[in-house]
Design a protein around this ligand. Structure first.
Ligand code: GLU
Length: 305
C-alpha cells in the first residue's frame, strides 16, 4: 500500500489542474445537481488496507456500477441458465441502444448494457419475494455495510424520463425474454441504478471479485472462483459501453463505469479501486476517472497485462 499512496496523491493533485472536457449526465434530471468538480479516489487491497483522497467519502449515484451486483445476485440464484437469456459479447453500441436486439431476437449482447441489465432484473424478480428489499439486503450482507440505500428521488427522476428503457423492456418482452410485468421490471431497474455509495464503500463491496477469501460471507458463498472469473471477464470486455476496448487498452483492468461518474476497477489478487468524477466523456465514461486509472496502472505497472 505504501508505494501506492504517494502515486495516488500525486496523480490526484495533477488531475485537479487538468481541464475536464467531459459533461455531467443530465438526461436524468436529478443527476444534474451534482457538483461537477467532485474528485474522489479510493483503493482497498485484498488485505483490507484502504486509502482514499479527495471526495472519497461523499456518496453518489452508482448507476450502472450496480449492474455488477445485480448480475452477481442473479448468477448466484439462477446459475448457468442465466447465459441463455443474456450473452457475454461486447455490443459496440451505446448503452441504451435498441439496434441489435431485433437481429439478436431479444437476447441482449451482455448484462451491462441497459437491455441486458433489464433481463437480469427480470431474472431476479422471478426469484425474489421482495426484490428491492432483498437486493438491498444482499448488498448490505456482502459488504457488511448497513448504511446502503436507494435514492428514491433519483429513481423517480429516472422513471419520469426513462422512455428508452421502457421501450427496451417492452421490445425484449415481445421476444419472450422478459417474463414478469414490464412496469415491475423497470421499477426494480430504476431502483438498483439509484443505489448510492462512496468511493470507499465501492472499493470494499467488490473485493469478492479481487480475492477468493471475500467470496464467502458469514459462511455463505457469494460466487465460486470460476464465477468470479467470468464476471471479471465480462467487465473487461463489456464494462465501458462501446469504449471497453479503449479502457482495456489504456488501463488494462476489468472494471465498470456508471453515468454518475464512478468507475470501479479490479486487479485480481491485489486490489479494488474506485474513482469518482462526474463529468463524462462522449461515450458516457468519467473523463478524469479514466485518466486517473490510466496514469495509475502505468506508473505502478499494475494492469493485468
Ligand atoms: N440508469 C441509467 C440508465 O438506464 C444507467 C446508465 C449507466 O450508468 O450506464 O440510463
Amino acid at each position: 500500500m505504501e508505494n501506492y499512496k504517494k502515486i495516488i496523491e500525486d496523480i490526484y493533485l495533477d488531475l485537479k489542474d487538468v481541464e475536464d472536457t467531459g459533461k455531467i449526465a443530465d438526461y436524468i434530471p436529478e443527476l444534474a445537481f451534482v457538483a461537477p468538480d467532485n474528485l474522489g479516489i479510493n483503493i482497498t487491497t485484498i488485505n483490507k488496507e484502504s486509502f482514499g483522497v479527495g471526495d472519497f467519502e461523499k456518496k453518489f449515484s452508482i448507476q450502472s456500477i450496480a449492474k455488477i451486483l445485480s448480475l452477481t445476485f442473479a448468477y448466484k440464484l439462477e446459475g448457468e441458465p442465466l447465459w441463455k437469456r443474456v450473452d457475454v459479447e461486447p455490443s459496440g453500441n451505446p448503452f441504451n441502444s435498441l439496434l441489435q436486439l431485433e437481429a439478436d431476437l431479444g437476447k441482449p449482447r451482455n448484462p451491462f448494457i441497459n437491455s441486458g441489465a433489464l433481463v437480469v432484473c427480470d431474472v431476479l424478480l422471478s426469484h425474489l419475494e421482495n426484490p428491492k428489499e432483498d437486493f438491498l439486503n444482499f448488498c448490505k450482507e456482502i459488504s457488511n455495510n448497513t448504511s446502503l440505500s436507494y435514492n428514491e428521488k433519483v429513481a423517480q427522476s429516472e422513471k419520469s424520463v426513462g422512455f428508452r428503457n421502457v421501450a427496451l423492456c417492452n421490445f425484449i418482452k415481445s421476444f419472450g425474454n422478459i417474463k414478469n410485468n414490464v412496469d415491475d421490471v423497470l421499477d426494480f431497474y430504476f431502483h438498483i441504478c439509484s443505489l448510492e455509495m462512496n468511493c470507499k464503500e465501492l472499493s470494499q463491496i467488490f473485493l469478492y471479485l479481487a480475492d477468493d477469501f471475500y467470496t464467502t460471507v458469514k459462511g455463505k458463498r457469494i460466487l465460486t472462483m470460476n464465477e468470479a472469473k467470468r464476471i471479471n471477464a465480462v467487465m473487461l470486455t463489456c464494462g465501458f459501453y462501446d469504449e471497453s476496448g479503449e479502457f482495456a487498452f489504456r488501463v488494462g483492468l476489468p472494471g465498470k463505469s456508471g453515468v454518475g461518474g464512478g468507475i470501479i476497477a479490479i486487479h485480481p489478487d491485489k486490489f479494488c479501486m474506485t474513482v469518482w468524477s462526474p463529468k463524462l466523456n462522449e461515450k458516457g465514461n468519467s473523463y478524469k476517472g479514466m485518466l486517473f486509472l490510466e496514469k495509475f496502472t502505468t506508473k505502478t505497472a499494475s494492469s493485468i497485462f
